[in-house]
Design a protein around this ligand. Structure first.
Ligand code: 5AD
Ligand code: SF4
Length: 437
């Protein structure tokens, strides 16, 4: 029996790609092991969104260098594989397989070549109309499932590697997506997260021609599904019809992640984000006006080249205006191939760090305030498990907040079960409460 180990870095797309890669390997007779030491094939599914993420894979490869040749084969998958290509063989000569996500359909063939003793094989073409579909996906959770609806990205944000690592946009047919959603519901999944680098630009390639909002409405009708989420959205393609769909379908979770990146028009322009602050705020107004009380989250980059103190203050000001429920924030990291490399006026790391700390402290205060406002409410949670250290059950609300809870009657809960919880306490990153009947 051939054994493999896989470690995944990066976003949910990568996590889900790994679920499909694992399925492909299991189908080919491989079995998965939990320790790299026990594996004949060691795979890293990599992320290159920021330099720190990219360096992780090289430090892993370095760690196991001494094991090369002792019956171990190393493979690099994902965004660093696509970005660095054959250069990986030079830097880490013990690697045998380099394959980007746009070539995963060829993974089976590449493995055959490795099994036959090929020393170096690559899947690096981005010139594809395909999406990676397999019947054999090995999902981690029996309750929550990812479904890819669109791969790649056609935008060209000045800072971002994704168009270079994941290639052009390819939407899956609505038939294929709906079939997968029905199958998952029949298997007992109640929560689905639709995935894509830019789900809003979903366009059904089949005759039905559904756009994203139409797809959402149909998915929401799949019997058995209780929660449908989606990520990630691009403000430029985020239409009012998406908010209307959420308003009309309680199964669509009242939670939207809408990355703004920066609060000043000149930085947004330099980033080539294709929207102004006002245009972004119009979308936020649609979302805020919804009777569903839609939770909002975002991504922000500080220290993009040329970002002045005044620009930065405009980002802080936008945060006060929107009051996001959560936020992911990053220091700008220069990436290979991206157009921002041409820009002058880079900020130094200390200044980026200073801005990031200010921004994160502001967001912490916003979250403390917003979460405190939820005390006294009843929320439905999906149970994720038990925190043995605190004795609390871990739950997640439709708005995607963590709500830890206890049960006065001492009942036990199964992961995947739903419970009604009264919120009694709050912190910056989570809520706590007690079950109600
Ligand atoms: N530097 C810092 N952050 C980045 N992101 C994307 N590219 C970079 C970069 N070069 C952030 C964006 C994006 C999130 C996934 O990662 O905020 O929305
Ligand atoms: Fe990382 Fe972006 Fe690739 Fe996801 S798509 S793995 S975030 S580089």
């Amino acid at each position: 029996m051939k054994t493999f180990y896989i470690e995944t870095f990066g976003c949910q797309m990568n996590v889900h790609d790994s679920e499909k890669v694992i399925g492909t390997l299991v189908q080919r007779g491989y079995s998965r092991v939990e320790e790299p030491g026990d594996a004949e094939l060691i795979l890293y599914n990599t992320c290159s969104i920021r330099d720190k993420a990219e360096q992780k894979v090289f430090s892993r490869l370095q760690q196991f260098k001494k094991d090369a040749g002792k019956g171990k084969v190393f493979g690099v998958l994902g965004c660093v594989a696509q970005q660095e290509g054959e250069k990986i063989f030079e830097r880490s000569p013990h690697v045998s397989l380099v394959c980007g996500s746009a070539s995963y359909n060829k993974l089976g063939d590449l493995l055959v070549r490795i099994e036959r003793g090929a020393r170096r094989v690559t899947g690096l073409s981005l010139d594809t109309e395909d999406t990676f579909e397999t019947e054999a996906t090995r999902r981690d959770s029996p309750h929550k499932a990812y479904i890819t609806i669109i791969e790649g990205c056609d935008k060209s944000c000045a800072y971002c590697v994704v168009p270079f690592t994941r290639g052009p946009e390819r939407s899956r047919t609505s038939e294929s997506i709906m079939r997968e959603a029905h199958e998952l519901a029949q298997m007992g999944y109640t929560e689905i997260q639709l995935l894509g680098q830019n789900v809003n630009s979903y366009l059904d390639p089949s005759a039905a021609g559904w756009n994203f909002a139409t797809l959402l409405r149909y998915i929401a009708r799949v019997e058995g599904l209780r929660r449908v989420r989606f990520t990630t959205s691009h403000p430029r393609d985020f239409g009012k019809d998406i908010v209307d769909a959420i308003d009309e379908n309680p199964v669509l979770c009242n939670q939207v992640h809408l990355p703004v990146q920066a609060g000043s028009d000149s930085v947004l322009r330099a980033m080539q984000r294709l929207y102004t602050r006002d245009e972004y705020m119009r979308r936020i107004e649609w979302l805020k006006r919804s009777p569903r009380e839609i939770a909002l989250s975002t991504d922000i980059i500080v220290g993009f080249p040329g970002e002045t103190e005044k620009d930065f203050r405009m980002t802080l000001d936008l945060m006060d205006e929107v009051e996001y429920d959560s936020m992911f924030s990053f220091k700008y990291s220069p990436r290979p191939n991206t157009s921002a490399l041409q820009l002058s006026d880079a900020l130094d790391e200390n200044e980026k760090g200073r801005r990031l700390a200010i921004l994160q402290e502001k967001q912490r205060m916003i979250q403390i305030r917003r979460n405190a406002g939820l005390i006294g409410r009843n929320e439905e949670v999906m149970v994720e498990g038990l925190n043995k250290a605190t004795g609390q059950w871990i739950g997640r609300t439709a708005q995607n907040r963590t709500l830890n809870f206890t049960d006065a009657a001492g009942r036990a809960f199964e992961p995947g079960q739903y419970a009604n919880v009264a919120v009694t306490r709050s912190g910056p990153n989570s809520l706590a409460g007690e079950t109600v009947n």
